[in-house]
Design a protein around this ligand. Structure first.
Ligand code: HAM
Length: 421
């Protein structure tokens, strides 16, 4: 016997009926982006490795440990995208979009790849729905994005998602904060893991999101950026909070949010679902400002901000709600005898061309087995075609949820279904 080949670890197949949950969530996401005026972009899953090294940062776990990187046949180093912000910014610069409009709002849906330790809600191929806005440095842009995400959670009926915010400062105040972090962690360097000892000089901020338990313990006592914000960053953060209050969007200030990516400045935020099914993978989304990223990747000095939501985690939560999201076709067509198949197929093809969803058992078989299939798949009506009736241009229409079958003319079926649908 030939050996079976399994899928790649951490990369999931998505099959019915779960795919109906995904379709529902993706549709709601598109509706939400639409209503806020965000337009779709699609970028390749592969990018030059340097893009992520220079934006997400060399010291981050994402770039340092989790990227799928390889050389192509011409010896270029390419990586499967671990996130969507850097590719979006690359495309924004490459197509000189700032010359076309002063304010750009984009969204994307698609797979991302990180070689992570797997558990529920943490995979190696996972999907994000992300939004990015370029050109607005104002707090109103921060709040618009948070409002959009919170409205989305409401639209997919997940009211238990909370918003946590922080500020990570900017070029004016971050250096003093990094010195303070360096001084704090230097005093405890013997307790740091090897990676963090190396981070101490190069990027002490990254020690704050190290997953090593001993480093996490130490991080609890570290100074907080919020206490060292410069006046401009403080004013920005205060205005974000005031605008959230004005829109009655509940939030919690969490000075421990640093996010695992280097490009952030000022506002950083996360969306948390306290559902036990996700365990420690409770962050269903995160984002923040990156006012220097576009310039640092060779583009103009234009501010940016965005977020990404984890669709795998959101779909797990929605699927738990046990909502019946799959939509069965309206009609099942059954045949009593093989001689009726040709008429049945012509009828079905005509109905489908008019946009009706119709199910039919292409294997034929006994009427009993066909009706069993109709029962299981949840269609509202079945049409039964037998030679006698077909010769008179008629068939029997049977409501599947009970009720008497009745004889209908085949050429009136579509107008009948239109009224019943
Ligand atoms: P992130 O926090 O790394 O941010 O990812 C955003 C969300 O993606 C997480 O909150 C989580 O729900 C989901 N996610 C991340 N890793 C995994 C995984 N291994 N398995 C399943 N879900 C996962 C970013 O990626 C930034 N690009 C967000 C952003 C956009 N910032 C500004 N604009």
């Amino acid at each position: 016997m030939s050996q079976k080949i399994s899928g790649v670890k951490g990369m999931n197949d998505l099959l019915p009926p779960t795919s109906a949950v995904w379709q529902y969530v993706e549709k709601k996401a598109r509706q939400m982006f639409d209503s806020f005026g965000y337009l779709e972009i699609r970028t390749p899953v592969l990018e030059d490795t340097a893009l992520f090294v220079r934006s997400v940062g060399e010291e981050t776990d994402i770039v340092g440990k989790e990227m799928y990187t390889f050389q192509d046949k011409a010896g270029r180093s390419l990586s499967l995208r671990p996130e969507g912000t850097a590719p979006a910014v690359r495309a924004y610069i490459e197509h000189a979009v700032h010359n076309l409009e002063p304010l750009t709002r984009w969204f994307y849906l698609g797979p991302m790849f990180r070689y992570e330790r797997m558990k529920t809600g943490r995979y190696r191929q996972f999907f994000q729905a992300g939004a990015e806005a370029y050109g607005a440095k104002e707090p109103a842009q921060d709040v618009e994005l948070m409002d959009m995400a919170m409205q989305f959670f409401r639209a997919i009926e997940l009211p238990g998602v909370s918003l946590e915010i922080n500020s990570l400062g900017d070029d004016a105040c971050r250096p003093a904060y990094l010195s303070a972090l360096n001084a704090y962690f230097s005093g405890h360097s013997a307790q740091l893991c090897d990676d963090c000892r190396a981070r101490l000089q190069r990027n002490p901020l990254r020690i704050l999101d190290c997953k090593n338990p001993q480093c996490q313990q130490l991080a609890k006592g570290a100074p907080a950026m919020l206490d060292l914000l410069c006046p401009a960053c403080r004013a920005h953060f205060d205005e974000v909070k005031a605008k959230l209050d004005a829109l009655e969007i509940p939030y919690r200030v969490n000075p421990r949010i640093v996010r695992g990516l280097d490009y952030y400045t000022r506002t950083a935020f996360e969306f948390l679902a306290a559902d036990p099914v996700l365990g420690t993978a409770g962050a269903v989304g995160g984002g923040g400002r990156y006012d220097k990223l576009i310039a640092s990747l060779g583009g103009p000095d234009i501010p940016g901000i965005g977020f990404a939501l984890g669709l795998d985690r959101l779909c797990l939560l929605v699927a738990q709600g046990n909502r019946n999201l799959g939509k069965a076709p309206i009609l099942f067509v059954a045949i009593v005898d093989p001689g009726s198949q040709a008429v049945a197929m012509k009828l079905i093809s005509g109905l489908r061309r008019q946009g009706f969803a119709v199910d039919f058992d292409t294997r034929g078989g006994s009427l009993k087995s066909q009706m069993k299939r109709a029962d299981k798949s949840g269609e509202r009506f079945a049409v039964v075609l037998g030679e006698d009736e077909v010769s008179k241009g008629r068939a029997r229409l049977k409501p599947m949820q009970g009720g008497e079958p009745r004889s209908v003319a085949l050429d009136e079926l579509s107008s009948l279904l239109k009224n019943l649908a």
